[in-house]
Design a protein around this ligand. Structure first.
Ligand code: GLC
Ligand code: CA
Length: 565
């Protein structure tokens, strides 16, 4: 894969939910192999698979107990080799998800480390001695709740875990740890893998001395990112890792997951080109308007609505700042957040329109699309059926309370789906069968059963979201949309509009990101004769304004000499 990667389009496969072939309710490697033709037909160039290594699945595979082996619930090493081979036959590259920051507590390194301070693997992890009065070594809060410290009853010392207590953090100051990770990566590169998503790599460096967050109340735990995210050595570690791999595998592709990275940090992690990450996935793309919440529903667990005005500025800022050194990723979905149609779109009223328009608006910008499986058929959040899928305990009581308030059952279901940790991890909807054609038995996550929103219903329909995605992906691969310059227009808030230009070619993308008809001042000079490359919903151009129906979008291309705007 070339470092510029400008024609790359990544398809994220969440293997546990993609296709089950042995009817245990869990997706598997053979399922991905069976669907490679489907993936190829989408027109994407690369598959990113969430972790498939051996794991106790405390965190769906992000807790790895053996990086050199495949989890038996997914299949065998032979099948993985076959997957890589079959993907390559179809010109698809394969990225694996490499968990660098922590292992599972069942990993042999940690089992050794637990044997005591003298064990050579002790220094693979981060330990603190117990203080006299048995207080925690510091007041940092883990992402999974509670302290980042867990007491090991044998030695009485505490080990550090940013995530779950069964996911102890590795000590990256230890050169041996860094070399182990390089060896692991090489092992998979040698098997033909084309690159990696670097999971949670921004946490590899922790503040010197692991100090308390001073501003906390006594006894309070603090999610103090300044002590464990984006610290100076992170970039050094990534560069060392990258250099070691690129020496033997110059084309390896590194996609860094940097949840809290702003554009400046993304620049740091991707510069110089070819010597660090190739691209960054940041979670900071989507500013939510915390004032816009549904007052009838519990406020503290709602995200609010996308602040479109701010979102446009964020996109523009990333283009300007990051675009100079690397390509930004363009995404709407991943396994850690709600499905975009539910979160930013219109799951009840304008589902088709919002699915198509969100994709158009996002992917025709400059950068690398990363599409989560199911997005291409407009999958919404998983409808909540299982109590354990949610972050709140008493889901049944909440359910009844909301119904009593007069909120419709459909709306309550939507809301509960939104707050589920598995909201975007529902079974891939291949058909409208009970288990969505994913399996013959109940999927581990549950599945939405939907008439229209499945692959088989959309496959033959030229107006479907699936057909639209294929067209959009083809268009995205043309030079105008991979290499062309990007310029955001100033428009009324729920409309996003920008221009791409390349070698005398020009295109304008205009999208209404709301459930209402929108009109915005717009200079139409040259647009009347422009060719409509893609259209969703209705639009009307008058002398100085543009009107778009709810969640409508258009892609216009200059069809003859002259300026579009
Ligand atoms: C990343 C993953 C997330 C996981 C975490 C810990 O953020 O995307 O799913 O829980 O890392 O590995
Ligand atoms: Ca299976």
């Amino acid at each position: 894969m070339q470092n510029t990667s400008s024609k790359e389009i990544i398809y994220q496969v969440y293997p546990k939910s993609f296709q089950d072939t042995n009817d245990d309710g869990i997706g598997d490697i053979q399922g991905v192999i069976n669907r490679l033709d489907y993936i190829q037909e989408l027109g994407v160039t690369t598959i990113w698979l969430n972790p498939i290594f051996k794991s106790p699945h405390v965190d769906n595979g992000y807790d790895v107990s053996d990086y050199y082996d495949v989890d038996s619930q997914y299949g065998t090493m032979k099948e993985v080799e076959k997957l890589i081979e079959e993907a390559h036959k179809r010109d698809l590259k394969v990225l694996f998800d490499l968990v660098l920051n922590h292992t599972s507590s069942s990993h042999k390194w940690f089992i050794e480390a637990l044997k005591g301070p003298e064990n050579p693997y002790r220094a693979y992890y981060i330990w603190q001695k117990t203080t006299e009065n048995n207080t925690l070594p510091n007041n940092w809060k883990s992402f999974f709740g509670g302290s980042v410290w867990e007491r090991d009853s044998i030695s009485g010392e505490y080990y550090f875990h940013l995530f779950h207590k069964d996911m102890p953090d590795l000590n990256w100051e230890n050169k041996k740890v860094r070399n182990e990770m390089i060896d692991i990566a090489k092992f998979w590169l040698n098997k033909g893998v084309d690159g990696f998503r670097l999971d949670a790599f921004i946490h590899l460096d922790k503040a010197e001395g692991l100090p308390d967050a001073k501003y906390a109340e006594p006894g309070q735990l603090i999610g103090a990112e300044e002590f464990f995210a984006n610290l100076p050595r992170v970039a050094e570690y990534v560069k060392e890792f990258s250099a070691a791999l690129r020496k033997e595998y110059p084309d390896v592709y590194l996609l860094g997951e940097a949840s809290s990275a702003d554009p400046e940090k993304a620049v740091k992690y991707t510069f110089p080109k070819g010597q660090a990450c190739d691209s960054i996935v940041s979670f900071k793309y989507f500013p939510m308007d915390l004032n816009q919440k549904d007052q009838r529903l519990p406020l503290e667990i709602q995200e609010g609505k996308l602040d479109i005005q701010q979102f446009k500025q964020v996109m523009d800022e990333w283009q300007r700042k990051v675009g100079k050194v690397s390509e930004m990723t363009l995404y709407l979905n991943n396994h850690d957040m709600q499905r975009a149609v539910s979160r930013f779109g219109s799951p009840m009223k304008f589902r088709n329109e919002s699915a198509k328009t969100l994709a158009t608006m996002m992917y025709l910008q400059k950068g690398i699309p990363v599409i989560l499986n199911g997005e291409e058929i407009g999958m919404k959040n998983l409808e909540l059926k299982k109590r354990e899928n949610t972050r709140i305990n008493d889901i049944d009581t909440l359910y009844t309370e909301l119904l009593k308030k007069g909120i419709s059952e459909d709306e309550v279901k939507l809301f509960l789906g939104a707050i589920s940790i598995n909201s975007s991890r529902g079974a891939m909807q291949w058909t409208d069968d009970t288990y969505a054609g994913f399996s013959d038995v109940e999927p581990w996550s549950g599945a939405n059963q939907e008439k229209i929103y499945n692959v088989s219903a959309q496959a033959g329909n030229p107006d479907s979201i699936l057909a639209y995605y294929k067209k959009l992906i083809q268009l995205k691969k043309t030079e105008l949309f991979t290499s062309g310059s990007y310029e955001l227009f100033i428009t009324a808030s729920p409309i996003m509009a920008y221009q791409r230009q390349y070698n005398g070619e020009k295109a304008v993308i205009i999208a209404n990101l709301s459930e209402q008809m929108q009109r915005s001042p717009f200079d139409k000079k040259g647009l009347i004769d422009a060719e409509v490359l893609l259209q969703t919903g209705q639009f009307k151009l008058s002398e100085d304004s543009i009107e778009l129906s709810p969640f409508a979008s258009i892609v216009l291309k200059q069809s003859r000499k002259g300026d579009l705007l």
